[in-house]
Design a protein around this ligand. Structure first.
Ligand code: ADP
Ligand code: ZN
Ligand code: ZN
Length: 730
């Protein structure tokens, strides 16, 4: 037999299928070691066939299989082909998505433990004759053993000593064996709360399970979507199938995991970046072996090796983390649709604030729209009050808190309740500038201003992570008049501590939640103290259930509004709704104070009324008139290189045929220009871009052409990426 093998090297030159002579037990989907050039390399068998086009004498032979199981199921192999075509990815880049990290190059192995199995091949008194009469420990050990029972080697040695254990092993009374141990991620299991489903929930479950369609579950925050997911999963699992549920990485909180563990126990496997490599490998194995039928994880869990898939859920479907914006680029929803179709099973996209794109598809009947219009516990949505920060200034208040927010905070604290203050920026201030000469501290490697982090007394680049010493005076003119830019979480904490010196003020952002359990520690501290205030970024906006939070303050809601991206208004709506959803979830009434410099912006009017549908109508009309997605497609070709001229030259070389393409399709192109990127340098690489927008009807055809043009102009000294409706245009 001949095996078609893809070599595990990500290079366009070897992005093809190589023929090898198969071993007798070589199987399709196996990972194998093969000779390649003058070394041995890992590869993947994607097909077996009788004959090669090449002469057999010229073919090399597979050296050995690398695992004792098959990694790539037929479904995953088909998915790989689909992604190569749809996302223009290299073969090996798609295959690597299917493996748990650390598996390649054998960095992680199965954890095996030595055990002994008792083999009492004769009655105990006869066995005792085989050992010396004064070997008390050996006699005790024989006394202790029960036939065919498995004992941990360490336990036996501890009780009876290594000599006795070894002696009995030599006599064949103990048989050595290896037991596979699963490394399991820790989770504290809460009590499973049984609820009586509302009519809306029951209806939703029925609609989802009745046919293999893509469903958009549009349910206000607190409407009990999780309960709907769990019932659907339960039903699917009972019919012998598996389910995948995705949640954004930052809402993969201990809370949500413990809820699922409580209901489904060990049938749940968890995949996320907080696990150790070993834990992830073992969870992956439990999924692959069918020991766990339910997978919960972040984006990459969509590639989990489940067989017999019966349901896919993407919670918070609007979340930007579902789009992979670095290589390999893909959109999770498309992968979910592929797997749903392949397995003929339903896909659920759930959100309180669906993406404009998804809601548009639901309106056009591509998705089935299912609504949950009421909160499950009948609690009212918190009131959102919009505060005009410009008028605060005219009243002489130049602080970061409006008078309203301050008085509400005071009241909240007096009543021993809890408050959340949302700030969409970490660190102390966005930038620092010298008042005398205008010097702005910038990163040496990036075209970006540095962010002051007071706690560590450092300046950090949020593009590359590089750290610098904090400034006490201007390095340019020596002046000590240094001014801070817009506020970040640290500065808000400092200000709150000054105003409320006796109140517990906590902070939560990526800077202080990097370590494994930091997240839950902060949350525990917050929930066990009242009154208390939690200051945080987006990280606090999702998934948490805080029963005692009665007040939510949004310090500067406009921050996400001014990003140079067509989704910025949509994002702002989502963020406001989500943050607001943290207030008044249990028995207490909640309130939200939203501070803005653009109080008249339509996004706030609709968000304050929780009126997603009107917001959608307004936004979709705007997109249609201005010709933005979903009515058009934006494509950016990004060229980066340490050599500025090279980046520019490649850009010009690509731009020429692009202009010809535009000329040929004049009526379809809405925009086409070559320029420096807004952030012209990141990590010492200069960035040049060609930005295009064209009509949706011709998008696929033109995108294919663009890929062809780029492929002809690759250069080993430059990176060239093609981005499709990018959400980050920096
Ligand atoms: P969502 O994900 O839609 O924001 P959740 O699933 O988090 O909402 O549910 C909000 C709260 O309502 C949770 O505390 C949940 O336990 C509770 N809940 C869900 N369904 C019901 C129900 N049918 N009856 C009572 N409480 C419910
Ligand atoms: Zn200066
Ligand atoms: Zn930098």
């Amino acid at each position: 037999m001949i095996a078609e093998v893809i070599i595990d090297i990500a290079h366009s030159e070897v992005d093809k299928v190589f023929d090898y002579v198969a071993l007798p037990d070589t199987k399709k989907g196996q990972r194998v070691l093969v000779p390649f050039g003058n070394r041995n390399i890992e590869g993947y068998v994607i097909n077996l066939k009788d004959k090669s086009e090449l002469e057999n004498e010229k073919l090399k032979t597979i050296i050995k299989p690398l695992d004792n199981f098959i990694i790539l199921t037929d479904e995953l192999l088909k998915l790989s082909e689909y992604m190569q075509q749809k996302n223009h990815l290299k073969k090996v880049d798609t295959l690597r998505l299917f493996l748990p990290s650390g598996m390649r190059k054998g960095k992680v192995k199965e954890l095996l433990k030595t055990v002994y199995v008792a083999n009492l091949f004769k009655p105990k008194d006869e066995l005792m004759l085989l050992v010396r009469k004064n070997a008390i420990q050996q006699i005790n050990l024989i006394e202790f053993l029960e036939n065919e029972k498995v004992y941990k080697s360490s336990d036996l040695i501890q009780k009876f000593g290594a000599t006795a254990v070894n002696k009995l092993a030599n006599l064949g009374i103990l048989k050595k064996s290896n037991l596979k141990i699963y490394r399991k991620p820790q989770s504290n299991i809460k009590e499973d709360k049984k609820v009586i489903l509302t009519d809306e929930q029951n209806f939703a479950i029925k609609e989802i399970l009745c046919e293999p369609k893509i469903n958009l579950l549009f349910g206000v925050t607190g409407s009990g979507k999780t309960e709907v997911y769990m019932h659907c999963i339960d039903s699917v699992v009972k019919s012998g199938k598996s389910a995948i549920m995705l949640v954004p990485e930052i809402s993969l909180t201990p809370q949500i995991l413990s809820v699922f563990k409580a209901r489904f126990g060990d049938n749940v496997a968890i995949l996320h970046s907080g696990l150790s490599v070993g834990e992830r490998f073992d969870e992956w194995q439990r999924i692959r072996n069918g020991d766990a039928q339910i997978v919960i994880g972040a984006r990459s869990a969509i590639f989990a090796p489940v067989t017999n898939l019966g349901l896919i859920i993407i919670d918070e479907e609007h979340d930007s983390s579902y789009k992979s914006e670095s290589n390999p680029r893909f959109f999770t929803h498309n992968v979910a649709k592929f797997r749903g179709e392949y397995n003929k099973c339903p896909v659920v996209l759930g959100s309180a604030t669906p993406s404009i794109d998804s809601f548009w598809r639901a309106k056009n009947k591509e998705y089935k729209l299912i609504e949950l219009t009421k909160r499950a516990n009948n609690k009212q949505m918190p009131q959102i009050q919009i505060i005009d920060m410009c008028s605060e200034i005219s009243f002489g208040n130049t602080g970061m808190f409006s008078r309203q927010l301050l008085s509400d905070l005071k009241e909240c604290i007096e009543h021993k309740n809890q408050a959340i203050i949302f700030v969409n920026r970490r660190g102390f201030s966005s930038y620092i500038i010298c008042r005398e000469c205008g010097y702005i501290a910038k990163c040496e490697d990036c075209d970006a201003s540095l962010v002051y982090h007071k706690e560590e007394s450092e300046l950090k680049c949020h593009f590359c992570g590089k750290r610098y010493k904090a400034l006490t005076k201007c390095p340019n003119c020596g002046s000590e008049y240094i001014r801070m830019g817009a506020v970040g979480t640290e500065r808000v904490v400092e200000e709150l501590k000054r105003i409320f010196p006796n109140v517990k003020i906590l902070r939560m952002d990526v800077d202080n939640t990097r370590s494994k359990n930091a997240h839950s520690k902060i949350l525990e501290e917050f929930s066990s103290n009242a009154p208390s205030v939690l200051v945080g970024t987006q990280i606090i906006a999702k998934g948490h259930d805080f029963p005692n939070v009665t007040l939510v303050g949004i310090v500067d809601a406009d921050m996400s509004l001014h990003f140079s991206d067509f989704r910025s208004v949509e994002r702002t709506f989502q963020l406001v709704t989500q943050v607001a959803g943290r207030a008044g979830r249990a028995d207490k009434f909640g309130k939200v104070v939203l501070q803005t410099y653009c109080p008249k912006h339509y996004v706030y009017k609709y968000a304050a009324n929780y009126d997603y549908k009107s917001f959608f109508e307004k936004e979709i009309n705007l997109r249609e008139t201005t010709k933005f997605p979903p009515f058009a497609k934006i494509v950016r070709i990004l060229i980066s290189s340490e050599d500025e001229n090279l980046a520019k030259n490649i850009g010009s070389k690509i731009y020429l045929p692009i202009c010809q393409l535009e000329e040929k399709n004049k009526s379809d192109f809405l925009f086409c220009r070559a320029m420096k990127s807004p952030v012209a340098k990141i990590q010492r690489k200069f960035r040049f871009q060609i930005l295009m927008r064209f009509k949706q009807s011709v998008a696929d055809m033109l995108t294919d052409e663009i890929y062809k043009i780029v492929q002809k102009n690759t250069n080993p000294k430059a990176n060239i990426f093609i981005e499709d409706n990018p959400s980050n245009l920096s």
